[in-house]
Design a protein around this ligand. Sequence first.
Ligand code: ADP
Ligand code: MG
Length: 749
Amino acid sequence: MSDNEYDDDVFDDLELDGDDVFDDIAENELVALERPTKRHKPETLGAENELALGDGDSHLTLAERILSNQFGYKSFRHEQAAAIRQILKGDNVLVIFPTGAGKSLCYQIPAIAFPELDLAEGTREPTKAGVTIVVSPLIALMKDQVDALKKRGIPAESIDSSKKWEELQVIYDALARSQLRILYCAPERLNNEGFVETVKRIPGGIRLLAVDEAHCVSEWGHSFRPDYLKVARFVSEIKAERVICLTATATPKVAEDICKAFSIKPACVFRTTPYRPNLELQAKTVCKEYDHDVGVSLDIMLGFHVKWERDKRFEELFKFLRANPGPTLIYVAMQQQCEIHAKVLAAQGFKAAPFHAGLKTEVKQQVQDDFMSERVDIVCATIAFGMGIDKPNIRNVVHWDLSNTVEEYSQQIGRAGRDGNPSKCMFYLAPSAFYLREVFARGDLPSRTSLGGLVFDISDQALGVSVGGVFKTNHYRQQKDFDIRPSPLSVIYATLELHFGFFRATTPEYSAYKYEPMPSYFRLVKQDKSPAVDAIYKKSKKKVKWYDIDINEAIAYKGAGLNRADIVAKLNQLDQQGHIKLQASGLTNRYILQKALPKTDEDREKVVEKLYKDLTGREKDALQRCREVMGLITGPKCFALSLAQHFGMDLPDGKGKCGHCSFCLTGKPVEPPKLKVTPTTASSIQKVLKATDVRDDPRFLARVAYGIRSPRVTALKLDKSPVFRSMAGHDFEALLAEFTKVCEKKSEE
Ligand code: ADP
Ligand code: MG
């Protein structure tokens, strides 16, 4: 992974909140979190907030009994009771509580309550109790939840890629007998038609579908995930009785998106304020010597050429850390910065460690453990750090760079001071801050040429396939061939699937397998004369330590009537039994054609046009979102109030200010960093043109000059060229205009 790639390109390291993080929070702090209005009366987005009581009271009694019997808790928190009552009544619900506030109980209690309700109301047999499905993006957290539920005697399971075939059969069997109350799965699972079919056949059906981290559904959310868009389709396909969406951060717009996707009434939105009275939100603009030169300032930051000492933020940081000792998180934008910061801080005598998605799992685990047990005081981290962190006494959260979004900032500062004690959040503003965000945002938009190539390629792959048939593409190849990053590529596919309805993603497959045989493998081969084992053995070629297997040849071997699934299943079985170490590669994406893809150039161009408009909008949004962060920090208003208002709320008790943020303390807005834009000259443009003969893509040239990596930039090694980032201080749009002129002239020649 290159250094300036987003950490959230790595799926598993997506910045998400951990569960169970409020375990150690002081109860009075939670009271402070609650709205001053009457308890259990839901705060709503809209006007119609009167709830019909119905038999809500008996439902509530049941819920309270489960709370104390199964979970051992005395009373509900926040709007838990109101949300649960509404679900039991049969409504779809959206719950927006901060991390650790107890969102999980809002679906766990109904899941347990359904069979009891059926019994009391005499509506169903226990064999038709159905199940609650929870869609959650993090396998690790899913496992923790299942273990915790099992300990409490609640039958729960999770279906994920780590499950063996036999384990899955046991789970499916339990589902068929209505013996499971809760089933967790990742959103990707919904692409598996076998899973969807199984779920449809569960006796009693899906009583409740819970969508955890529901902000991923919204294209306005800060971590939109295309696979999440399919959750709504899944709900209607499996005919889920009701839905609960859960998230810690949702702006009114995101909440609206979620409500629209899942038909949630305004009265069924339950939220609590993100306001945390013990957090002192501060900000400081730091720019000196290199004020006007983004290129130099970035070099300093990355420790190249110039010494890091010239970045005045470091001095400020040391002072801050000495004045405010205690566990600290420092958020930076790039992986490389984590390493540099940790080293620089260590040299100053601080106990600091880096954390980012590029580190090995063991290393990340070690850093987390060290931080938890206070062998390390400071973690210098990217957005990847935070999930599952339940350290109550984090005293400081420092933002070295501009956050991507206000939601991200809010979540990250929310990790400070969970014990309710005063904690500081410091935000440094430097001239390079916005540049970095622009590099990220502008790197995601493919050029129109790239997009055209991609759409034509996808259409070509589907040629000759009739509706209902399967065609294959390889995302990895397409990223390289068409110079498109992984995350926009998956957005494009989701758009073609959901908005255009051309196809439907189905389970991907691996096109290549290799394995390392264990001694027992050779013994087994001698004894086991089954066609599959025989074919695998005969059709493998030894490559030093590993054996490559050609699946197609194995299928055809001796006309044994084997199919792909037989071979793959056998390979996996041999792996599970320890006879071989199996490695799959060459992931091929598979799609079921739903309607013919455009055949004529004209029709294809129409699709390209629409996609391009969509993606251009996303780039604008991304830039706008970091401007909002800047606006919040440098605006003429209390930070805490601005933050609450961003989420469509106010401070509790109608307070107008927090009293201890930078604005409240000084009565003045924080001055934004000044950045002088370098005018674009013909000679600097010429230098870039000399370094490469690419003339078919102005956006590509502008990226090289501005310092943005893309698959093609890396493949041509232009990121190692001195012209890379040579025009960082320029206006990107101006660069684009200049290179467009060059390319147009070239194509006229
Ligand atoms: P979230 O998903 O909102 O981040 P969780 O659902 O993981 O939070 O809950 C965090 C912790 O709080 C869990 O250990 C949970 O058991 C506990 N908890 C939830 N509700 C209550 C309650 N009403 N009383 C006491 N503890 C609770
Ligand atoms: Mg949770």
